[in-house]
Design a protein around this ligand. Structure first.
Ligand code: FAD
Length: 307
């Protein structure tokens, strides 16, 4: 299970500043975050699209602390969507958005984040593509799903995320298995208390399979977000069992993780979407990636010490 200490550091600017100074950091960040600028990210997106992959672009940032910051995030997404359109990538590239980057945790945050997300969804539609609302920690699950429901009345193509580790999620899958739903199912990346989340790896995997069964049997478009070969195999089996075609569900993986497998699955006819983050606010994202895999962390620490 994710390393609790590391996840606690995800919100520490002091830790970020200390680690950022180490020369090796750039290499480790680059493994997961291919660029700091929109242009770099779009170049990578175009390259992946040419290789038969789809992408979802995420402008990194979370837990915005001032309204002006949230407005800057919206402006970046509008520019990104315009560029996606202009570069002819709209049929391959969509965007992923975190509501706390849009001001969800500010006073009056729900209305603010909903309005900002609405602006981004309208721009995505104008650009010919879609938005998926990322899911953050359990304190914002209800409000994120409520905003998703509101957005879907006008933009039914908007996607959401459910995290299999949350004890509530099986019920959420029942609610979100209907026609037109685009639900990304992931295991979950935050440090959650036992009361709300399974913490044992086997329990999380079992919950993931139960959720997958529901979504695959439903009428929506399941977005199967995992690098776990067993979960991918089960998803493929369930898709066949329910007579699904490659276009009506997706396999999704993060940039930098199992890249050969991403290409192998796409070459085999699967719709594979790569989550492609960019920007300078990579700290929270990186710490979650390191926490997922102790081997990554020990490699990183050894590299820091050897410099
Ligand atoms: P695991 O059992 O963790 O890993 C399976 C195997 O994958 C590992 O054995 C290893 O080989 C490989 N692997 C996994 N993680 C890493 C890593 N960091 N580095 C190197 N190898 C690795 N979480 C959220 O909470 N909210 C979201 O909105 C969200 N969106 C996501 C979008 C996508 C497209 C994906 C793929 C994941 C997303 N996640 C999100 C993260 C997710 O919840 C998991 O934390 C993450 O995917 C690791 O779980 P796993 O299913 O790959 O399985």
């Amino acid at each position: 299970m994710p390393n609790r200490l590391l996840l606690a550091l995800a919100r520490s600017q002091v830790a970020k500043a200390a680690v950022s100074r180490a020369p090796v950091t750039r290499d480790v960040v680059r493994r997961y975050v291919p660029g700091e600028t929109r242009e770099e990210a779009l170049d990578v997106a175009a390259r992946l699209a040419a290789e038969g992959l789809h992408v979802t672009l995420d402008f990194l940032g979370e837990d915005t602390t001032a309204p002006g910051q949230a407005e800057a995030v919206v402006a970046e997404y509008l520019a990104l969507l315009s560029d996606i359109h202009d570069r002819g990538l709209a049929d391959r590239a969509e965007v992923s958005v975190k509501l706390t980057a849009l001001g969800l945790r500010l006073p009056g945050g729900e209305a603010l984040a909903r309005a900002h997300a609405h602006t981004i969804c309208a721009a995505a539609r104008a650009a010919g593509t879609t938005v998926t609302l990322d899911m953050e920690d359990h304190t914002v699950t209800d409000v994120t799903l409520a905003i998703l429901r509101t957005l879907r009345t006008e933009f039914p193509e908007t996607g959401g995320v459910l995290q299999a580790y949350l004890r509530r999620t099986l019920q959420d899958c029942v609610t979100h298995a209907g026609p037109g739903e685009r639900i990304r199912l992931c295991k979950g990346a935050y440090d959650e208390p036992d009361a709300v989340a399974h913490r044992d790896r086997q329990e999380v995997d079992a919950a993931y399979v139960r959720c997958l069964r529901l979504l695959m049997a439903g009428q929506g478009r399941p977005l199967v977000a995992t690098h776990d070969p067993r979960m991918v195999a089960i998803a493929q089996h369930l898709a066949r069992e329910h007579g699904r075609e490659p276009g009506d569900h997706e396999l999704q993986m993060l940039y930098g993780i199992r890249p050969h497998e991403q290409r192998r699955l796409a070459a085999g006819g699967e719709t594979v979407r790569v989550y492609l983050p960019y920007g300078q606010e990579w700290w929270g994202y990186l710490t979650r990636r390191l926490a997922e895999r102790p081997a990554n962390l020990s490699f990183f620490v050894r590299s820091l010490l050897s410099k």
